[in-house]
Ligand binder design. Structure first.
Ligand code: SAM
Length: 471
């Protein structure tokens, strides 16, 4: 029986409830009255249940789908404004004891070059990232208790936060490592991580077990209950995700929202972010062997449905997606994107030679950060390098309540402009700088409060004079 309050994976992701949801959604895919009611509820910006959102995902009425896209765009602007937060992944180690059949890190893959960064190499990678202008990282590592124990991850976090280079500093480190114990989550929290991210891969238990035939990740309950342990360990901000392509997307979507409902029911706060990776070609991996690949149109629909179902949750798109797909989904509610990512271990300092491959997957968007920043601005988005919320303790339910009351916009928009100004001053090409300065001037007019606008103008001048890191 579906019970969002349960701490057991198979009760909060109840298989029968997912199937009933899908059947009910399919039955109502052309039910204009019901769909209009759900859209009207979504327009109140208080979110939707997994059942309601699944009807929107199944909807077969083109004009209602258009209405959904318009609403997703409006909700994105109401909660997040036109800013897009930037980050980069940092791959620490691809040693892994698991056997995920879609992932080139799987233990039996003998062609992939195994690498693990030393602390000196971590420092070099971080300086390369800082020199591009990045302020926010997502750490990535395979699961290997001997090669990548928690002490190694903690050393890396300390190294990263310790590096000051020219005007650069990494101000927020998010972590995407395998499910672990409450004790180890507590250590990550004490090390000052931002969000703990763990993709479920698939919520379908039977498929999950087939796709993870051996290793600690085989245990569905251990993996699915990880966010509860993370929250028990004091981590306020957790990031969910599904690897689309492994199972039927409608199943994953309903279950993902059930997971969000569960976190809200048990911990009083839903996921901080949701990621929507799609499976990609990689060493030893051919995505075409998985039957559940989704086309770009379906992908866009999923993004729009997530946006209206959980309006206060950030949505992340990585460089797995091409420029064209990113352009399609940015207006539908994405709030964070990565830029200039390298998915190989050590790849920021030394791009991999052709005959080596330690990468996790092929990247589709290969532009530089400067190009991505300019492209965002050309489309009317403010690239933001802001990390203020987390550093001011606005995490978990404090962030959510600010976000729900739309207060976040009063500080996020000016902060985005300040961090963009730092980027333009320290890292941008002359062409990007010109576009950015013009954007900042126009965006200043949109700050409603005279007091906040005056402070922002003062801080912008101080940044020009060499000061950094206003909060
Ligand atoms: N090892 C950690 C774990 O088990 O959760 C997480 C780190 S892994 C480096 C990050 C994510 O990359 C995985 O959770 C998976 O969803 C994704 N991934 C793996 N293989 C992929 C592929 N071929 N294409 C796209 N994404 C992939």
């Amino acid at each position: 029986m579906y019970d969002p309050h349960s701490l057991h994976a198979e009760e909060f992701i109840d298989h029968e409830e997912v199937q009933e949801t899908l059947a009910w959604a399919a039955e109502h895919a052309r039910d204009a009255g019901l769909i209009d009611g759900i859209l009207a509820k979504a327009a109140l910006c208080k979110g939707l249940s997994h059942r309601e959102a699944s009807v929107l995902l199944a909807c077969e009425l083109p004009d209602r789908v258009e209405a959904l896209y318009r609403l997703a765009n409006r909700i994105k602007h109401e909660f997040y404004g036109n800013r897009i937060v930037m980050f980069a992944p940092l791959y620490l180690s691809n040693y892994c004891v698991n056997s995920c059949v879609y992932c080139p890190y799987h233990a039996r893959n003998k062609h992939i070059i195994r690498k693990k960064l030393t602390q000196e190499e971590v420092a070099r990678e971080v300086i390369a990232l800082q020199d591009m202008g990045h302020k926010r990282l997502a750490l990535e590592a395979g699961e290997h208790p001997a090669m990548n124990p928690i002490s190694y991850i903690l050393d890396c976090i300390r190294t990263i936060y310790g590096i000051r280079h020219r005007n650069g500093a990494i101000r927020r480190v998010n972590v995407n490592i395998a499910a672990t114990t409450v004790e180890e989550y507590r250590m990550l929290r004490e090390a000052g991580i931002g969000t703990y991210i763990l993709f479920q891969e698939t919520y379908h238990k039977q498929s999950y077990e087939k796709l993870h035939p051996a290793g600690p990740k085989h245990d569905y309950a251990w993996h699915t209950e990880a966010m509860d342990r993370a929250m028990q360990g004091g981590i306020d901000d957790v990031g969910l995700g599904v690897l689309f392509g492994l199972e039927g997307y409608r199943y994953e979507f309903a279950a993902l929202l059930m997971h969000a409902e569960h976190l809200e029911a048990v911990h009083g706060v839903g996921p901080h972010t949701i990621s929507v990776p799609r499976i990609k070609k990689a060493d030893d991996i051919d995505p075409d062997v998985f039957d559940n690949g989704i086309d770009d149109e379906t992908f866009a629909r999923i993004c729009a449905c997530i946006r209206v179902a959980v309006p206060y949750t950030g949505m992340i798109i990585s460089t797995r997606e091409s420029q064209a797909v990113r352009e399609k989904v940015l207006p539908l509610g994405v709030s964070q994107i990565s830029g200039a990512s390298r998915t190989s271990v050590g790849g920021y300092c030394e791009p991999e030679p052709e005959d080596e491959n330690s990468a996790q997957f092929d990247v589709s968007d290969r532009r530089t950060l400067d190009e991505v920043v300019r492209w965002l601005m050309d489309q009317g988005h403010i690239p933001s390098f802001c990390t203020a919320c987390y550093r001011e303790g606005r995490t978990g339910d404090r962030f959510m309540s600010l976000c729900k009351s739309r207060q976040i916009l009063n500080c996020c928009h000016p902060n985005a402009l300040l961090t963009l100004k730092e980027y333009l001053q320290d890292y941008a090409s002359p062409a990007t700088r010109a576009v950015g300065l013009d954007m900042i001037a126009k965006e200043l007019d949109k700050i409603p409060s005279d007091k906040v606008r005056a402070r922002t103008i003062r801080c912008l001048s101080a940044i020009e004079a060499g000061q950094r890191d206003f909060r």
